[in-house]
Design a protein around this ligand. Structure first.
Ligand SMILES: [Zn+2]
Length: 114
């Protein structure tokens, strides 16, 4: 009797390391909704904010651990909402291009080539 191969379900893909930060999301209507940054060192939800006031140019999204771990990052030229949208697209791209399989290690993604 053949063992059925389990197809990867994209709904199982709910976490990735993106630009050095752990991001988690839940699937809503086929979209990885509202990605949330978690501290890769202590696991707590990070502060995610627009470092500049809204409508001030250029925008800068930033994440920072409220417990003061070293991990922090900034995305200059991106608002918080813009960055969230970009992460949603990157997650979809990752699935479309088969860079993710269930049971595999948490993928490490880079939004911008440095
Ligand atoms: Zn931390």
């Amino acid at each position: 009797m053949e063992v059925e191969e389990k197809e990867p379900h994209e709904e199982e893909f709910t976490e990735a390391m993106i630009d050095g930060v752990r991001w988690q999301w839940s699937w809503e209507d086929g979209k990885p909704g509202s990605p949330t940054p978690l501290c890769p060192e202590c696991g707590i939800k990070m502060d995610f904010q627009d470092a500049y006031a809204p409508n001030v140019y250029p925008p800068k999204a930033s994440v920072r651990c409220p417990k003061g771990c070293e991990t922090a990052n900034e995305w200059e030229g991106w608002s918080k909402d813009g960055l969230r949208d970009l992460i949603e697209r990157e997650v979809k791209r990752c699935i479309r291009e088969d860079e993710w399989e269930s049971n595999s290690e948490t993928p490490h993604l880079q939004l911008f080539s440095s």
